[in-house]
Design a binder for this molecule. Structure first.
Ligand SMILES: *Cc1c(COP(=O)(O)O)cnc(C)c1O
Length: 365
């Protein structure tokens, strides 16, 4: 069998090849390439999909994060609570604005441990950034309560959780702002970079809309010092195509994860668990093992690729040395970083490929 990669973006393209190609040609021939009908159409459809009032397309997920904190007025001297075991972009969204991340340990579902947040709240805490990591919704009920109790802003990093729900409600709609990435590998992926902010607050929506386009709502009249973070027409058009198939795409990944959960039985591997009230959209299927390097090498010898999300937690990365958080200060985060492994999971993965991965892991000794 051909080598099985951890992710195969080509499969997701070929599933709807004709529609993607027709849309790309339509936009190319339209003569309008930035902030046009495809972007406004996508913004409308994605807001509707989530049950949010407003969506504003942006250039990336990182832009969505830092612009969220910017329009919420969170910066130097402020603290933002975030889980320790996230992708570093979540943290950069905080620090680009000069604010300080305060890390909280994750729970057994790889999301922030809600019971460990309150002890980290200080006079300087302005917000909680919830990351729905790997595609599973976080424990929103206690987090929403804490935000109300301490008057904190709630921002959600939904870069991995398009369509994941908690208590029947979509991630991205619990807080002040939901931040999305449409990087090609995400569950709702574009064919290049893209991102979006969703909110129910008309003032925040307006601020983001103005901010993304040099702070300008009317051409050559600039209200604030903004940035250039616009979603292209081509990406928006292609995202509309993918969004129209989200249900099938979600079911496809769900079927793969159900097989993995049912059939993987290695005593050396801990399978991911799904929280009560939460849904998981399986952006990644993340197992844990204390013999990770051995498993990586073994699977590689069988032609199966894997990835680690993420080997170095943000507080130990060189970029955040200045925070002076020492090794050992977030033991659960650090244990996860040393033991997590993402096995192949992508739309269009064949049953034969799934069986091959399952058998290989089960035969590992
Ligand atoms: C991908 C990702 C981002 C950043 O999105 P980009 O579009 O790559 O800038 C932020 N947070 C998380 C959790 C991500 O997975």
């Amino acid at each position: 069998m051909e080598k099985i990669m951890p992710n195969r973006l080509d499969r997701g393209f070929f599933m709807y090849q004709q529609e993607f190609e027709a849309k790309a040609l339509e936009v190319l021939r339209s003569g309008w390439y930035v902030l046009g009908e495809e972007v406004s159409g996508f913004e409308r459809e994605f807001a509707e999909y989530l049950g949010a009032k407003y969506c504003i397309g942006l250039a990336s997920g990182l832009d969505a994060l830092w612009i969220a904190f910017r329009v919420l007025g969170i910066g130097t001297g402020d603290e933002v609570i975030v889980q320790g075991n996230t992708y570093i972009a979540s943290v950069m969204g905080i620090t680009i604005n000069g604010a300080t991340p305060v890390f909280v340990e994750p729970d057994e579902y790889f999301n922030i441990d809600a019971s460990k947040i309150e002890e980290k709240i200080t006079d300087r805490t302005k917000a909680i950034l919830v990351v729905h990591l790997y595609g599973q919704a976080s424990n929103m009920e206690p987090i929403v309560k804490l935000c109300k109790k301490y008057n904190l802003k709630l921002v959600e990093d939904c870069a991995q959780s398009h369509g994941a729900k908690y208590g029947g409600r979509m991630t991205g709609t619990f807080g002040d702002i939901g931040c999305f990435s449409f990087y090609p590998s995400k569950n709702l992926g574009a064919f290049g970079d893209g991102g979006a902010i969703v909110t129910n607050d008309p003032k925040l929506a307006d601020d983001v809309r103005v901010f993304r386009n040099y702070g300008s709502e009317k051409r050559y009249y600039n209200r604030v010092v903004g940035t250039n973070s616009r979603l292209d027409e081509i990406q928006a058009g292609l995202l509309r195509v993918r969004l129209s198939h989200m249900k099938e795409l979600e079911e496809d990944k769900c079927r793969i994860s159900q097989r993995y959960l049912k059939e993987l039985n290695s005593p050396f591997v801990i399978l991911p668990a799904v929280r009560e009230k939460a849904t998981h959209i399986w952006h990644q299927f993340v197992i844990r093992t204390s013999r990770r390097q051995e498993l990586i090498d073994y699977l590689d010898s069988k032609g199966i690729g894997t990835i680690i999300h993420y080997p170095i937690p943000p507080h130990l990365s060189e970029a955040y040395k200045y925070l002076q958080i020492s090794k050992g200060s977030l033991p659960i985060t650090e244990t996860y970083a040393a033991s997590v492994l993402s096995i192949p999971m992508y739309n269009g993965m064949t049953e034969d490929e799934q069986s091959y991965v399952i058998d290989a892991i089960n035969e590992w000794r």
